[in-house]
Each structure stands twice: as structure tokens, then as C-alpha cells.
Design a protein around this ligand. Structure first.
Ligand code: ZN
Length: 252
């Protein structure tokens, strides 16, 4: 898949269409009556709606489903260091720049920004919008994230003066596997993904240095044409017994 093949500004919710074959208008005049009932475009991805985001039980007729998906985690490296030295307003601007750039990259490849946690985020590819090549979509989104953020953060770096090497850049981790998707909280009504595959993606991200994308063997195997410039790194990850031979892409 390339950016030109993605859905752009869809007129109906792609999540509701792919999951239920129900056309829910999200743009144009047909969307107006839906908006009156509080059904709007989702903040997770502007091509899905708040029905598929918030009414998971209704949409799937189940509390959760098993789905094969690619999970991407990204965060700002050295954020703790920064947060101790920067004023909170400026710090907030750094975080929102990062989140905006990440969201654009993820949406361009039909993924959703499922969770934002401080300076980090988690994206899901292949739910609720179906993507045949979801491993490739996630890797290309990660490459866009690194490209977009390094330019923005480089400007900031020169403003801030001398910073150690481990500060101000982005690390990304990606893994593909079966996850449980559903509503797992009694006080929140939006869905998320859980399971070992999610943990592995998060662990990979925690090992990524500035500018690096760490890709699990399962994801790399599904996207061989994107792996030609990668190197392999054997990693011992917390909570995972066997070492993981991650493919490392660096944006240079
Ligand atoms: Zn929807």
C-alpha cells in the first residue's frame, strides 16, 4: 500500500463499513442528522466514527474479539530529562507537536491512534479499518513519524542549547500478532487492544534509541521489501524469556 492508495477523506465511516457493512455518513450533508445525535468523526482516526469507537458491544455483539493486528508504540526519548528542565507550557507544546505529527502519519496509513499516554502513544493497524498489508502500513507510518518528528525536534534542540545525546528524538516499536480487542474497563466505553502481542510492541519501543524503529520478526516477515536496509539486533526483553531478533530501521 502507498499513501496514494489510502482512503483520504472518506464520506462514510470506514470502521463501521469494514466491521458491519453499515454506511454511517461522517462527511457532507448526510452526516448532519447523525451529528445531531452526537455521532461524529473519531479522534482516533477521522475516517471512523464515534459509534465504532464507543459502542463496541453494539457493533460486534460481543465484549471483545480476537483480531490479527499490527501494534505500534512511539514516544519521545529522554522525556523525563526534558520535563525536569523545561517549563510546563513549552513542554506541552513539544508533546502536542509530537502527537500531531504521529497522528497524521498513522492516519495516512489507515491506522488508529488508540491511546495517548503522556509523551507516548499506541496505534492499531487493521482494526476497525481493515488493511491487508497492515505490517507494511505500520512500518511506513513509523518511517513517516521519524521523518516528520526529527525535523520538528531538531529545530527545538537548537533552541534549547546543549542537550545530552539521549534526549529529544523518537523511538518506535512494532509487532504483529493476535490481540484481544474490546472494552476492558467499566468506566470507559472505548475499545483498546490487549495481550502478549501488545506487550511485545511496547517492550521493543522501550529499547529503541533516538531515530530507531524496532520491528519484531513477525512484522518484518510480512514486509520483506521494507527490510532491505535493516540490521538485526538480538534483544533480551523484560518479561519475555527468549531473546528477540528485532529488525532495526534507522532514518539516516
Ligand atoms: Zn463507525
Amino acid at each position: 500500500m502507498t499513501v496514494s492508495e489510502n482512503h483520504g477523506n472518506a464520506s462514510i465511516c470506514l470502521g463501521c463499513w469494514d466491521q458491519m457493512h453499515v454506511p454511517i455518513p461522517i462527511r457532507g450533508p448526510l452526516a448532519l442528522p447523525f451529528r445531531a445525535f452526537g455521532i461524529t468523526r473519531s479522534k482516533m482516526n477521522p475516517n471512523i466514527c464515534t459509534i465504532c469507537e464507543r459502542a463496541f458491544r453494539y457493533v460486534k455483539q460481543k465484549n471483545h474479539v480476537t483480531a490479527n493486528a499490527t501494534i505500534l508504540f512511539a514516544d519521545i526519548r529522554g522525556f523525563t530529562f526534558l520535563s525536569e528542565r523545561m517549563d510546563p507550557v513549552r513542554l506541552g507544546q513539544v508533546v502536542s507537536t509530537f502527537h500531531d505529527r504521529c497522528a497524521e502519519a498513522i492516519w495516512a496509513h489507515d491506522g488508529i491512534v488508540n491511546k495517548q499516554m503522556g509523551d507516548g502513544l499506541m496505534a492499531i493497524f487493521n482494526f476497525p479499518i481493515r488493511i491487508d498489508a497492515h505490517a507494511s502500513a505500520a512500518i511506513m507510518a513509523a518511517q513517516d513519524i521519524q521523518r516528520q518528528c526529527s525535523a520538528a525536534l531538531q529545530n527545538l534542540r537548537s533552541d534549547l542549547g546543549d542537550l545530552p545525546d539521549h534526549v529529544l528524538g523518537v523511538g518506535v516499536g512494532i509487532h504483529t500478532g493476535d490481540v484481544e480487542i474490546g472494552e476492558f474497563s467499566s468506566f470507559r466505553s472505548d475499545f483498546t487492544a490487549i495481550g502478549g502481542a501488545v506487550n511485545l510492541a511496547a517492550r521493543l519501543e522501550s529499547q529503541a534509541a533516538i531515530g530507531e524503529i524496532l520491528i519484531s520478526p513477525a512484522t518484518a516477515a510480512r514486509a520483506p521489501d521494507l527490510m532491505t536496509d535493516s540490521e538485526t539486533r538480538s534483544l533480551q526483553l523484560k518479561g519475555i524469556e527468549q531473546p528477540v531478533d528485532a529488525a532495526v530501521l534507522t532514518d539516516r
